[in-house]
Design a protein around this ligand. Structure first.
Ligand code: ITT
Length: 192
């Protein structure tokens, strides 16, 4: 089955392909309009993006809405992770803003998690969802040059996501977990 990946983020596309192709799920890109992310949860926004792409293409479409939830900031930046430092701001700006918000806080007060909600919408209205989380904490300064977004700031087991290879990240990441759950559900759906 051909699944349209409903994202404009090239780093997500890379991770989808890396995680899903060994599981025999093929995703393909399409030229899609931007969708306004008006939801208040990752799940709502993932649905909005997948539903719009499915309607536009007439094909099953899968979307990812994800972000970083920092405990001491009451879950911020959360669904606003991509625009934490303002619309169009770079990920370096977002990282700087986050480090500033946590300035002077010791390691034990810097706990956070990455969250990923996956939603796949089919032309007949069927929906498959999955969710993955990864617990970690926020570093005192950026570490490593791998990954994207907040990866250089997100520590798990003493290393940042920016210091991990793609495969190492996928094994423990929110997206790896969500997409593996999604692939299992998709397999069952196709066997029905
Ligand atoms: P699409 O909506 O087009 O998919 P987007 O990047 O705007 O692209 P989101 O609205 O889901 O996607 O925002 C996700 C943001 O959360 C992303 O831009 C990063 O800032 C952050 N993020 C999510 N997953 C991440 C990861 O694995 N590593 C680093 N940062 C991540």
């Amino acid at each position: 089955m051909k699944l349209i990946i409903a994202t404009h983020n090239p780093d997500k596309i890379k991770e989808f392909e890396r995680i899903l192709s060994p599981l025999s799920v093929t995703v393909t890109t399409a030229k899609l309009d931007e969708v306004e992310e008006t939801g208040s949860t990752f799940e709502e926004n993932a649905f909005l993006k997948a539903d719009a792409a499915c309607r536009a293409t007439g094909l099953p479409a899968v979307a990812d809405d994800s972000g970083l939830a920092v405990d001491i900031l009451n879950g911020e930046p959360g669904v606003y992770s991509a625009r934490y430092a303002g619309e169009g701001a770079s990920s370096e700006d977002c990282n700087r803003k986050l480090l500033h918000a946590l300035r002077d806080l010791p390691a034990e007060k810097r706990s956070a998690r990455f969250v990923c909600a996956i939603c796949c919408v089919f032309p007949n209205g069927d929906i498959i969802t999955a969710r993955g989380e990864c617990e970690g904490s926020i570093a005192f300064s950026p570490r490593g040059s791998g990954g994207f977004g907040y990866d250089p700031l997100f520590l798990v087991g003493g290393r940042s996501f920016g210091e991990l290879s793609g495969d190492e990240k996928d094994k423990i990441s929110h997206r790896g977990r969500a997409l593996r759950e999604f692939a299992e559900k998709l397999k069952k759906y196709e066997e029905q």
